[in-house]
Design a protein around this ligand. Structure first.
Ligand code: ADP
Length: 500
């Protein structure tokens, strides 16, 4: 893509024609709500547009459309190979429209424009293609019996899937839910975050262009407390898939159990550790990775590695390198292509992160790097690094969802494992060591959905291919990545055919 100036991105931003209306049965239509929601650009705190907050009546219409589309088989009865073709074409259209999608995400949640485009092109589209490739590989199994009886397991789509997504990776989050659910033959109602509905709506239009039949993917923008809650409580949703905070996940689990006993896939919060043993031989590589992991997306990542757990002997040397690097990440204008670190996603996020920094200071943690918080005209918050933290501090235990790193130190492997496992979360963990035996022990004993063992800083290219994982503890349950994702969005049936 040709480089563009900030001025030309600003001109493109001014030319956006905002259309945040539900997409139901293949068409945009007005929401039935009376109230407006201010869609705010966190880089300036100016209002981009106002849109209707949505109602349970919008959800009702969307679920009806998805149910009709499921029952008449326009998608579920399509041969899986053909479904794969549609999804692959959709992924190609996402790549073609990456600048448009990236700009919407950048304006709504403050992602640096180059990063937002990268997310659409290099994360969302390849992941969608991976799920498309799995569409015709969801194989059942048959059991040996006598010659008159055939008994087998077969996967069938569950029906209508409800999906609720957060704002931190708007385009990727759409694909994470829609990719495996549609590849498995379901129809859907998607509620994107109220902060970032536009790329989801635009991507759903591109899906229609790619050949997805109308009514298969319905998108209803609106608030969590009304539209999201209506979706979670709806009796005609066969599975609810959610990514967001643990607190909301708990509410959804309650609503789902009370109203219809629908199954859930929950990917919730995290407080992931970066564990570093003294046998590593390249502290610069560790420091680079530490800063990249905690400041990725301004720290607004559920798997952000927000706890650096480092062996005593190398702690001071590593910390110095980490602080130097983090201090260089000055937040910048998201529409400047050289910006890699933008504002937080909105005023609520800023307030939340600021509150945690204050609580850390009150509790006696020592800020070896103290971030600045811009109070108006943009939600810019730079990195804070806390040393001398204790295990019980809220900054160590709770998900901050911002650029804040806590540093803990250890003497022995047992102590490192105890600290790593010492929160209620279990999403991701990275351990640096050159000792193979220890690497295996860590991979086994760390309670997380994904454990990365590293010996050096060299990263492979992003392949857009991920194996499956399942969140542990308060991070959620169920699996939607990889082939396992299609299994989660399917129901397993046992069929026995007997007689002569
Ligand atoms: P975050 O703090 O990251 O915004 P949330 O869990 O609040 O995380 O939001 C993630 C998604 O869940 C958003 O789409 C939001 O609108 C939705 N949501 C929030 N509260 C509820 C709720 N009570 N019921 C259903 N959805 C909700």
């Amino acid at each position: 893509m040709k480089a563009q100036t900030t001025q030309s991105w600003k001109a493109a931003a001014a030319a956006v024609r905002w259309n945040i209306q539900p997409l139901i049965d293949g068409k945009r239509r007005s929401s039935q709500s009376e109230l407006d929601y201010d869609n705010v650009n966190p880089a300036t705190e100016e209002i981009l547009c106002r849109y209707k907050v949505g109602t349970s009546a919008d959800i009702e219409d969307a679920v009806k459309s998805a149910r009709q589309a499921f029952e008449d088989g326009r998608w579920s009865e399509m041969p899986p190979g053909r479904r794969a073709e549609v999804l692959t074409k959709w992924a190609d259209l996402i790549i073609q429209h990456k600048a448009e999608i990236g700009l919407l995400d950048s304006l709504e949640v403050g992602k640096p424009i180059k990063v937002a485009i990268y997310d659409a092109e290099t994360l969302a589209a390849p992941h969608l293609k991976q799920w498309a490739g799995f569409a015709n590989k969801l194989l059942g199994s048959a059991a040996p019996l006598d010659s008159k009886t055939l008994t087998f397991n077969t996967y069938e789509p569950r029906g209508v899937i409800g999906a609720i997504t957060p704002w931190n990776f708007p385009s990727l989050n759409v694909v994470y839910k829609v990719g495996p659910a549609l590849a498995a033959g379901n129809t859907m109602v998607l509620k994107p975050s109220e902060l970032s509905p536009s790329s989801a709506l635009r991507m759903a239009e591109l899906a229609l262009e790619a050949g997805l039949p109308e009514g298969v993917l319905n998108v209803v923008p609106g608030l969590g407390s009304t539209v999201g809650a209506a979706l979670a409580a709806h009796r005609d949703i066969n599975l609810l898939s959610f990514t967001g905070s643990t607190a909301t996940g708990q509410k959804l689990a309650e609503a789902a159990a009370r109203k219809s006993l629908k199954p859930l896939l929950l990917e919730c919060g995290g407080k992931s550790p970066q564990i570093v043993f003294a046998d590593v031989d390249n502290l610069d590589a560790v420091a680079d990775a530490t800063v990249n992991w905690v400041l990725w997306n301004q720290g607004q990542v559920c798997s952000a590695h927000t706890r650096l757990i480092v062996q005593d002997a190398i702690k001071e040397a590593l910390l110095e390198k980490v602080v130097t690097r983090a201090a260089q990440r000055v937040p910048g204008d998201p529409l400047d292509e050289s910006t890699t670190f933008g504002p937080l996603a909105g005023p609520d996020q800023r307030k939340r992160v600021k509150g945690y920094i204050e609580r850390g200071l009150e509790a006696g943690a020592v800020p070896v790097l103290k971030g600045t918080v811009q109070e108006e005209g943009g939600c810019y918050v730079s990195a804070t690094i806390f040393d001398k933290v204790t295990e019980t501090m809220s900054i160590v235990q709770e998900e901050i969802f911002g650029p804040v790193l806590c540093v803990q130190s250890f003497k022995t492997e047992e102590e490192a494992i105890r600290l790593a496992n010492g929160t209620e979360y279990g999403l991701a963990a990275t351990a640096w060591t050159r000792d193979l035996g220890r690497a295996k022990r860590l991979a086994h004993t760390i309670r997380a959905a994904a454990v990365f063992i590293k010996t050096s800083g060299t990263e492979g290219p992003d392949s857009g291919c991920m194996l499956s994982y399942e969140p542990q503890k308060a991070s959620g349950y169920g699996s939607e990545v990889g082939l396992r994702g299609l299994e989660s969005y399917s129901t397993l049936k046992w069929v026995t055919m007997g007689g002569s």
